[in-house]
Ligand binder design. Structure first.
Ligand code: F6R
Length: 233
């Protein structure tokens, strides 16, 4: 596992440059995408590059990690809306090539992922070590499934809603066994509240109590950390 510790803006540049290089060399690249605060700077860099250099996303295929179960896709905090607002509407992606977990048939997403293996998966991490919405205790063999969000996750995400009561309690997420099949994984962590999860990943043993530790099994992972997220290493 390669570890890069750098400033946020440098990390956003490094990760976006890797995605841009991939899309230029493989116009049909399959990208695994995350939402939340962490990847926003990377998406901004992709948009800037698209505007300046017309990098072509018309054939790129995307799979998002997760979606809230109890929000309409048109809700302003749904991950559909997040992706449209923060990336899809600002590059020339074909929306037919963008995918989210099927809220009525989660397993079908795993079948789809088997047909389109993800070339590049971008991940954030929860303060409790979740990736996607695979909360602590999720089996490493899990495929796309329904989840009940941990209270700590609902608290972490309350900043996007008017109050914690509005934060959904359920979601559908790609499973850990889906995520680990990606050819390349980049995990970004910013801030001191991610430091414990990063320490478990780097220095701890594989454990379903810290879902992120499944990444220890993957041959081609890079962690991009700011100083705060790396502070316990
Ligand atoms: C989002 C996702 C989550 C987030 C994690 C960190 O699609 O799958 O695992 O990456 O909750 O969220 P932020 O980036 O808001 O700290």
């Amino acid at each position: 596992m390669k570890i890069v510790i750098n400033e946020k803006h440098e990390i956003n540049k490094l990760v976006s440059n890797e995605i841009i290089r991939l899309v230029k060399s493989n116009p049909k690249a399959v990208l695994g995408l995350a939402t939340g605060g962490t990847p926003l700077g990377v998406y901004e860099e992709l948009i800037k590059d698209h505007q300046e250099n017309q990098t072509d996303y018309s054939q790129v295929i995307t799979f998002n990690l997760d979606e809230y179960y109890d929000l309409e896709p048109t809700h302003k905090e749904s991950y559909h809306t997040y992706m449209n607002d923060n990336l899809f509407s600002k590059i020339n992606i074909n929306l037919d090539n963008t995918h989210f977990p099927d809220l009525n048939n989660p397993e079908s997403y795993t079948n789809l992922l088997e047909q389109h293996r993800v070339d590049f998966q971008i991940l954030g991490v929860g303060s409790n070590g979740h990736i996607g919405f695979n909360e602590p205790g999720t089996p490493f063999e899990s495929i796309t499934h329904y989840v009940t969000l941990a209270e700590s996750t609902r608290k972490d995400n309350a900043r996007f809603f008017n109050s914690i009561d509005e934060v959904p309690t359920k979601a559908v997420t790609m499973g850990l066994n889906d995520i680990i099949k990606s050819k390349r994984i980049v995990l970004i962590a910013f801030g001191a509240n991610k430091a414990q999860a990063i320490k478990q990943l780097v220095d701890g043993a594989e454990s379903e109590n810290w879902p992120v530790t499944i990444l220890k099994r993957h041959p081609y992972v890079t962690l991009y950390l700011d100083k705060e997220a790396a502070s316990l290493l």
